[in-house]
Design a protein around this ligand. Structure first.
Ligand code: LMR
Length: 397
């Protein structure tokens, strides 16, 4: 039976969590996996979540299954959160939400849907992208291809991206990072998005937005700008939404696949497929996280508390970005790393090589993904100088 099974390498991101936990250096710093940390280095449960959970303990009547598309109230509220409460597609009942176990579950469902219902279509990923995009879509049986995101100079290459998209065969699927690009942190500006929209429309590509960091870039509404622009303009699109980061619900696995279709009838067809695919993947989704999100979004005072918390997280990350660049100044590195302050969201492509990343881990107990991605939200404002010194050292010899 199991004698011939080869061992495969551990996950490049989750594996770092284990290495970090096992590290006994008290000065260790975890800039690996994308979880938000507060000034104490903890990943807090937002107060709005705690309050909602308290209510659920008192009010929940059953643990019976929720349906194939998940919690209907969660779905309706999340659609508004993502598409905007006045979205045309919502008014015309041609947008639907299928709850999934986290953003990753939603991506896998999207992959299965494309493989089954749109056979022969390749999916085009940003190069680089979240490593699980690569393996997950391949596992769903899709052909994976790439368009550039950064150039050789470790800067956003919007022109290169557009030129590549212009060559994508009509009808193929293009995965777009809605905001807070993972891993680079380089987001398109509004003009770039308008240009991408033109290419997507002209070539009749199907956009699949990965929207995992709503609220961590420029704000909850601002970060939805591109998603809403596409949804207002195009007849069809897919969006995966994650509540892991902005609701701090990571381990509750709360997310959804949103489908926008050309009319209400089409939506029913698409949703029938999604329910059937989901049944074969996880049967019905976990309930708790979605019930928490629904409780928060449905209640004005709770929603306000949550929005303020997201805004505080967002501001803290932005200030850490500026702080790190400042701390690098005495080493003559502020210009080289100026992009860290311009990037958005939790992640930053630092431009450090895999060798430099390994040295930071071995010599300073600083954990980054080997691609050079740093989780800026894991920085400690009190120890930016020490980190800057370590970076300067691995760069100089
Ligand atoms: C990350 O990229 O670190 C996060 O999205 C967490 C994960 O699942 O990899």
């Amino acid at each position: 039976h199991f004698g011939q099974i080869p061992r495969v390498p551990g996950d490049p991101i989750l594996g770092l969590m284990d290495l970090y936990r096992a590290d006994t250096n008290p000065a260790k710093l975890d800039l690996g996996v994308g979880v938000y940390k507060d000034a104490q280095g903890l990943t807090p449960i937002p107060r709005a979540v705690k309050l909602a959970e308290q209510r659920l303990v008192d009010s929940e009547q059953t643990k019976s299954y929720i349906g194939g598309h998940g919690d209907a109230q969660f779905g309706a509220l999340l659609l508004r959160q993502v598409l905007g409460s006045r979205a045309i597609a919502l008014g015309e009942q041609r947008a639907g939400c299928t709850q999934a176990p986290g953003g990753t579950g939603a991506l896998r469902l999207a992959g299965e849907f494309i493989a089954k219902c749109l056979p022969g279509r390749s999916i085009w990923l940003s190069d680089p992208t979240w490593p699980i995009h690569e393996t997950l879509f391949a596992a769903a049986g899709l052909r994976v291809q790439h368009y550039p995101n950064v150039g050789a100079d470790n800067r956003l290459d919007a022109d290169g991206m557009l030129a590549a998209l212009q060559q994508v065969p009509a009808g193929d699927v293009v995965l777009l990072h809605a905001c807070c690009h993972n891993p680079t942190g380089f987001d398109l500006d509004h003009d770039d998005w308008l240009r991408v929209l033109e290419v997507v429309r002209a070539r009749e590509l199907l956009p699949l937005f990965d929207f995992a960091y709503q609220g961590f870039g420029d704000g909850l509404e601002e970060d939805a700008w591109a998603v809403r622009l596409f949804a207002e303009t195009l007849p069809e699109m897919l969006i995966t939404s994650s509540c892991s980061k902005n609701f701090g619900l990571y381990r509750e696995r709360t997310g959804a696949l949103i489908a926008v279709t050309s009319d209400a009838e089409r939506l029913l067809d698409v949703r029938s497929q999604l329910a059937s695919l989901a049944r074969n993947l996880w049967s019905t989704p976990p309930s708790h996280g979605a019930a928490v999100v629904a409780t928060i979004l449905a209640d004005e005072p709770l929603r306000q508390i949550w929005q303020d918390e997201v805004e505080r997280m967002r501001r803290r990350i932005a200030s850490l970005r500026g702080g790190l660049v400042e701390a690098l100044m005495p080493y003559g590195l502020a210009e080289r790393f100026a992009h860290i302050a311009q990037q958005r969201g939790m992640f930053s492509y630092t431009g450090l090589t895999a060798e430099q990343v390994r040295r930071l881990r071995a010599e300073d107990s600083v954990y980054l993904v080997e691609s050079g991605r740093a989780n800026v939200a894991g920085l400690d404002a009190e120890r930016l100088d020490a980190l800057a010194k370590a970076i300067a050292r691995v760069l100089s010899n």
